[in-house]
Design a protein around this ligand. Sequence first.
Ligand code: PEP
Length: 252
Amino acid sequence: MRRLLAGTGWKMNNTVAETRRYGEWFAEWTAGRALSAVDIFVLPPFTSLHAAATAFAGTPIATGGQNMHWLESGGWTGEISAPMLLEAGCRYVELAHSERLQHFGETYDCVRLKVDAAMKVGLTPIICLGESASEKESGRADAVLADQVLTSLAGQPDVATADVVLAYEPRWAIGGAEAATPEYIAARHAALRQVLRQHRGARAAEDTRIIYGGSVTPENGKEILAIEDVDGLFVGRAAWKPEGFAKIIELV
Ligand code: PEP
């Protein structure tokens, strides 16, 4: 039985002071609420990670990084490693967000190294997968997604894929006006699960959580969550303020 997930990536938003306020708001909101059936994560910018781990302590909210390097230390100016994230209180790390691919030239070969490094120290990678608008138009979405997931997991032949989270985020739906349609999401999630079944076996296909992200809102989230192979919601803009994230968690 897969546990549901609700998460938000803050991107380059929320200072330390804002993070503390977000945490205070949530400490009050979560008190006395039954949230044991859902896993919740927040991915702040690096500078706010420590403040977030402190602010969310005692709540069911776990924190994670938005990226990391695949090496533990060394001459990599501006980078941060898996052990550093762990020390900052992280449980998760997001990898392969489309903005990393688009603006910073990341590739899935590099994501594979990061998945290996994260899993080595016990961080759960949230691996983003998604086709571009032109890949969608040319009917190549499922082939692109299969390649992305298999490349990302290539260094982990034995590990149960329950130890990773897959985030299906169509690149054309991120930061846009509308999410993908429920029919479209259902087809992509089912295809991804079939890739896992074919290459990793029935158990991995059953256990791996595949969450959806891309213009999710409190208004459309319920319908997306009702899709059979959707195991949770991954939210950007709609959850940068605590009130918005609370509305998303309430759906899950
Ligand atoms: C994202 O950037 O991962 C995302 C899902 O953003 P938004 O919800 O704002 O589309």
